[in-house]
Design a protein around this ligand. Structure first.
Ligand SMILES: *Cc1c(COP(=O)(O)O)cnc(C)c1O
Length: 239
């Protein structure tokens, strides 16, 4: 086990090593609360298990490096209510203990993902989203756009003296950009300005404070530009 607790989860533990006799290595590829993301995904001889709920389909990954990938649909795939699993077949049936049938992936596979009544709306909407993504040029194309969005916003955070990034530069998320004001007395003004610009939901998670711009696949570059414009304007009106 490794923990980034000491540094407030702002930085990934990069000096980790995976014991060669480990049964598996589990990690979460992106932390939505603190805005930290694995820039380079680990590789290992032991089975890798990853919770990719918040950055699945946002960047190219080597799926075959993983024994198991799982992701809740509700960030980059579709509405809440369904989960995507990518699992290596050889891994199934090896828990070594009795587990509830619903938690056994082989049960779901045997029933063609219809062991329970499937949430058809969430699955259908996910299909439409995947078709949209495919038409756009696939993960490769959205990754390019995501990089542009993140670069635009982080550049403004770094250049504008009124703002400071929350996550460490080496761990910055391209999905959830966390930042604070350097002078809290500008908060009311900033909040009024972004709200007037029709920007919603950029208040930081309650456990962190500050601001968090979630710039998932669905958010266009123009929306990030709208926020950057407000940040620039704040610097002008408070100068
Ligand atoms: C979004 C997310 C959660 C929270 O799940 P919700 O059902 O959206 O509240 C938990 N874990 C990970 C890795 C996530 O990305």
């Amino acid at each position: 086990m490794a923990s980034g607790k000491e540094n407030g989860y702002t930085e990934l533990m990069l000096d980790y090593s995976i014991p060669s006799d480990a049964d598996f290595f589990h990690f979460t590829s992106n932390n939505t609360i603190y805005g930290a993301q694995w820039q380079t995904l680990p590789t290992s001889k032991c089975p890798l298990i990853c919770d990719m709920s918040s950055d699945i389909f946002s960047r190219e990954i080597n799926v075959s490096d993983f024994a198991l990938i799982y992701a809740g649909a509700q960030k980059n795939m579709g509405p809440a209510g369904t989960v995507l699993y990518i699992v290596e077949k050889e891994l199934l049936g090896k828990t070594g203990r009795n587990i509830p049938s619903y938690l056994d992936l082989s049960v779901h596979i045997d029933k063609d993902s219809m062991f329970n009544t499937p949430p058809v709306f969430a699955i259908y909407t996910s299909m439409l989203m995947l078709e949209w993504l495919k038409d756009l040029g696939g993960v490769k194309a959205i990754e390019k756009i995501n990089n542009q969005k993140a670069e635009l916003l982080y550049n403004e955070i770094d250049e504008n003296p009124l703002f400071k990034g929350y996550a460490h530069v080496n761990s910055r998320s391209k999905m959830n950009v966390t930042f604070t004001l350097t002078d809290a007395s500008f908060q009311a003004k900033f909040d009024e300005m972004w709200s007037k610009a029709n920007i919603n939901g950029i208040k930081g998670h309650r456990s962190v404070g500050g601001y968090r711009a979630s710039i998932y696949n669905a958010l266009p570059l123009s929306s990030v530009q709208a926020l950057v414009n407000v940040m620039k304007e704040l610097a002008t009106v408070t100068a």
